[in-house]
Ligand binder design. Sequence first.
Ligand code: SAM
Length: 231
Amino acid sequence: MLAPASASIPSIDASATPAQLRRFFYAAYCDTPTPLRWLSAIRPYVCPYDKLLQFVRDGADVLDVGCGAGSLLAVLAATKKIRRGVGCDVMAPPLESARAAAQRLGAQDMLTFEHIRSVAHAPEGPFDIVAMVDVLHHVPPPDRRDVFAAAVHRVRPGGIFLYKDMTARPGGRRLAHNIDDYVFTREWVEQVPEGAVEAWARDHQLALVHDEFIPRLIYGHELRVFQRLEH
Ligand SMILES: C[S@@+](CC[C@H](N)C(=O)[O-])C[C@H]1O[C@@H](n2cnc3c(N)ncnc32)[C@H](O)[C@@H]1O
């Protein structure tokens, strides 16, 4: 049972700007302790959720692998874009925030969140959309191919694998990401090398349908959208 909210949650639609998403997250994550609530609220300025929404078709069943506090699914539920969303993560505490936000949004029947030991233990699906946002650079390099394979295995034929990670292109944006992750996780991460996911995708009958570099503030993002072939 959640405490009464201090303010109502602003409504958003699929064209929401980062500023609108910030206000939405700040209200929806009111049960998340400060400063994590603040970090959730400002994350749309860093992470281009607004750019991801256009690739989620209405009424989709979505699996978000490494969902953290469930921000992407919260937006998809609030914009009424999806039929069902399942988030999974190897860390349990952010999932508590995700569940509380889902309840605040009245989306507790639409969204579920599962603590998993590895992606191999994620719900099987298959799903219309499997998303993996800023997860792979946290996975040790020797394990990345298997984590990728386990995620895309859950995309139904004709479905979409929505991948976004921090850029590996040499330069200031990559360094900004390294410093950011070091400050927050004490980990000097190794970005996913350019071309790696495209090569793995070909091994899994996934066609690249959208490829975009997104500069945002001091960061750089690599968005790749793949579609599983219908056989
Ligand atoms: C930077 S956060 C991104 C969270 C969320 N996707 C978002 O965009 O807000 C990275 C997340 O990946 C999760 N993660 C790391 N390794 C993972 C793995 N092998 N399987 C599933 N999740 C993983 C972490 O626990 C963390 O919640």
